[in-house]
Design a protein around this ligand. Sequence first.
Ligand SMILES: NCC(=O)N[C@@H](Cc1c[nH]cn1)C(=O)O
Ligand SMILES: [Zn+2]
Ligand SMILES: [Zn+2]
Length: 486
Amino acid sequence: MSSDKLKPVFDKLFPQIDELKPDFINVLKQAVEIPAVSSDESLRPMVVKKAEFLADQLKSLGFHDIQLKELGTQPPPVTNPKLQLPPVVLSRYGNDSNKKTVLVYGHYDVQPAQMEDGWDTEPFELVVDEATQQLKGRGSTDDTGPLTGWLHIVRAHIEAGIEFPVNLITCFEGMEESGSLGLEELIGREATGYFKGVDAVCISDNYWLGTKKPVLTYGLRGCNYYQVTVSGPKADLHSGVFGGVIAEPMVDLMQILSSLVDSQGKILIKGIDEMVAPVTEKEHEIYKKIDFSLEELNEASGSNTALYKTKEDILMHRWRYPSLSVHGVEGAFYGQGAKTVIPAKVNGKFSIRTVPDMDSEKLTQLVVDHCNNAFKKLGSPNTCHAELIHDGAYWVSDPFNAQFTAASKATQVVYGVEPDLTREGGSIPITLTFEQQLKTSVLLLPMGRGDDGAHSINEKLDISNFINGIKLMGAYLHFYAASPEN
Ligand SMILES: NCC(=O)N[C@@H](Cc1c[nH]cn1)C(=O)O
Ligand SMILES: [Zn+2]
Ligand SMILES: [Zn+2]
């Protein structure tokens, strides 16, 4: 359908969204205040509380068949073997057999955040910064802001008295930041149950490449997350008494971690390069068209530490080559001051972003063998154990199907420009599962910008992206509903 035919709808809908801005920000504020950190076992009740908060919101908007689906206990490695996984929030809005059904996925869990990390404001308070016109707080852009956008677009239709164009199903999970544990099985079970009849899946959980141009995303890297544990003495020891006398786990671990990747980002684990799909001649064309620069990368990272200087090199290393990042060490001394301790047991955490055609199981074998060999070479009397914590698949789709066409038209209506078609360096582990189990296409429709600081300190969402992002969700649903194909 042409934009002209939908103009009367948008002329009513968009001013309504503008008018509801204070209410939308208020709902986001309440949601951000719940510290739903999925990786912190002690905060699991907060993750559940946020699921209940969302269920209440959905109920007040008239969603029906609201279910908090339990996923059982969290698999190892976990401190509390009875720890329950947070529920998946399923709900429906509309049930008209003449309309298409769109499943919207988002995650309500967030990354950890503490003032000590360097935040300027409390991470679990949504600060409305009038000067910058930004909403600051953990989850503002990843993914609480976009997730609540789906609720807001329903509210805007109700208030404006506009018929909702599709049947909507929500699938909001609370473990995305920790590998989407349990969700794959739930989707498998519900493919012919709750999710029967789904025509399309839309996910708003990634970002524009830069800060100015909207994008639609047709690819993600996967993520295999590993832990390597080195254990020695039975308790932490005084380095004055035991230093130089016993083998230190932390020293062994540092050597293992530094054997994984070099300072130029080259992965040193043998066999990985051979699994990566070769670059095709045609592929080079893709990068030329994309609006991005080294300067934008530097601005987003707040530094001049880029490993590559050209747009093509940067994008290829973000989208289509694997990368290995070292995240941290559990059990090590990391606070201020000068504690003279020898940690007894340390867990080094690292992950590998995966790309076509890497095989997760084969990769894990290579990683475990590499860590064991690196440790063996040290001749240490300590013990070492390397293991996979979770893996999530990469995903690449056709960016010209009915969903992408609808989203492209919507972007032109809301932002007045044709979106760039991008891939993403990050991961949304469940994307491929939706595509395969529901046999539908998946569209990634980002709300925030590349400099939002997701997973970092001072995470933000520009108010304009929040409001335009809600309009974009609405416009996409209208264009998709009117599209002749699925
Ligand atoms: N917005 C998506 C996102 O942040 N995804 C996480 C997923 C993940 C995988 N393993 C741990 N978290 C990401 O880091 O890309
Ligand atoms: Zn996310
Ligand atoms: Zn995230």
